[in-house]
Design a protein. Sequence first.
Length: 302
Amino acid sequence: MDRLAAMHLFVRVAELGSFAAVAQQLNVARSVVTRQIAALEEHLGAKLMARSTRRLTLTSAGSAYLEKCRVILNLVDSAEAGVAEERQALRGPIRLGLPLSYGLKRLAPWLLGFARRYPEVVLDMDYSDRRINLIEEGVDVAIRITHRLAGQDVVRRIGSERMRVVAAPEYLARHGRPQKPEDLPGHQCLGYTSGGSLLPWQFGEAGKARTLTLPATLSASNGDVLAEAAAQGLGITCQPDFIIADLLAGGRLEAILCDHPVPLLGIYAVFPGNRQVPHRVRVLVDELAAWLTPEVPANRQA
């Protein structure tokens, strides 16, 4: 039995809670996974998992062993990453989770340049606005652009994006120009949804933001759709510069409430918290951060 391979497999099963899910992820038969775990338990002389028809749960011995496995495997990954760094040759796969609009407009050209610079790195790019589970989907790093982070996320802040409240000149001519955020409930607001919920609007500096929950006459989970709706005179929306810059420059949208700034959106690299970050992933994130802004503060840096 390859003990390191068995430990890797045990950690995967413990995290996903399913032999079948791990077998599907590794593209092997379920029996292969169950036999490996059984062999590991026999080697240790202890039951690591309690199996039921619905799910797997760790025994007390399994919980203690899981934590030690993570420490050992992280040390092994760190040692291998150090060797790779000394060779100064980046190679291997990087699976990326990328936001749809920001990923296509800003990140895709840079990532293609990264692929040209490091031809032995294989990029696998998943563009989607859904909140992915990095561990379950085998993602090495996800880029998220957001006001809010989950408390358990392991992240590094790599940039920020300005937000503006905008409307079409024809809309403002018909309905008037709001002078303060409290005027917005009397207007047609175009709202952004995430996970089926309408997100509130925020004004003021970070840490001192005022939050308004505004009814939406039209909502969408994509900022490009909302920006185009606003440009067609359907209402007021709040969107980041990377979405509305061309519409502002072309005169189809106007920025309003400029004396009431919206907090910056943070741009974050989010890492799976269960393993050492490979050197090739660190290089990608370092170079991306340097491209987005020369000096970026770290936040719970991996």
